[in-house]
Design a protein around this ligand. Structure first.
Ligand SMILES: Nc1nc2c(ncn2[C@@H]2O[C@H](COP(=O)(O)OP(=O)(O)OP(=O)(O)O)[C@@H](O)[C@H]2O)c(=O)[nH]1
Ligand SMILES: [Zn+2]
Length: 188
């Protein structure tokens, strides 16, 4: 549920258009403030969403071994420049006490966390911490790889460069062999 103030965004977009020397009343730009407001509502729709709510779906299943959902695509907005960064998230956990969640819920949590002004590090750790809190798992590992438009289309201009962040919790933080297993499953 989004609480974005669309009229205020429209007003701001008209101001930005004027500030860059454009005419917001030019035919092609007339509906632009409306479109941008609608887009922001969509790309920031995770702002008021607690990712933990997705882990309320729990199946009682006696599986205390690794579960990995990899290659979850995501799009987010860099909080420094408000331009996109995007890539893939890989989410792994080892359930405890039969607390197994629905596979799609891992992807839903990624969506909720990505759809805000963000830092890649924060996306990674928020997902890991929500899973530890709500699922009370033995361990969690989240790996996020992304390309940042603020590093490609502007600024340092390094297209193709990728940032990889990890967050590891619980037994996976203590066990380097288990961690390597997750990494090799992500790679293959
Ligand atoms: N740690 C981290 N930094 C990010 C992320 N997204 C963008 N940045 C960086 O945020 C920094 C902001 O640096 P500033 O010097 O304040 O801004 P700037 O002058 O626009 O910096 P340049 O991008 O180097 O031109 C840049 O180095 C970006 O690469 C992110 O998810 N995590
Ligand atoms: Zn940026």
């Amino acid at each position: 549920m989004s609480e974005v103030n669309r009229p205020l965004i429209e007003e701001a977009v008209r101001l930005i258009l004027t500030a860059i020397g454009e005419d917001p009343n030019r035919e092609g730009l007339l509906d632009t403030p409306k479109r941008v407001a609608k887009m922001y509502e969509e790309v920031f729709s995770g702002l008021n969403e607690n990712p933990e709510k997705h882990f309320e779906t729990i199946f009682s299943e006696d599986h205390e071994e690794l579960v990995l959902v990899k290659d979850i695509p995501f799009y987010s907005m860099c909080e420094h420049h408000l331009v996109p960064f995007f890539g893939k998230a890989h989410v792994a956990y080892i359930p405890k006490n039969g607390r197994v969640t629905g596979l799609s819920k891992l992807a839903r949590a990624v969506e909720a966390v990505a759809k805000r002004p963000q830092l890649q590090e924060r996306i990674t750790s928020t997902i890991a911490d929500s899973m530890m809190n709500k699922l009370e798992a033995h361990g969690v590992m989240v790996v996020v790889e992304a390309e940042h438009m603020c590093m490609t289309m502007r600024g340092v201009k390094k297209p193709g460069s990728k940032t990889i962040t990890t967050a590891v919790r619980g037994t996976l933080a203590e066990d380097s062999i288990a961690r390597s297993e997750v990494l090799s499953l992500i790679k293959n």
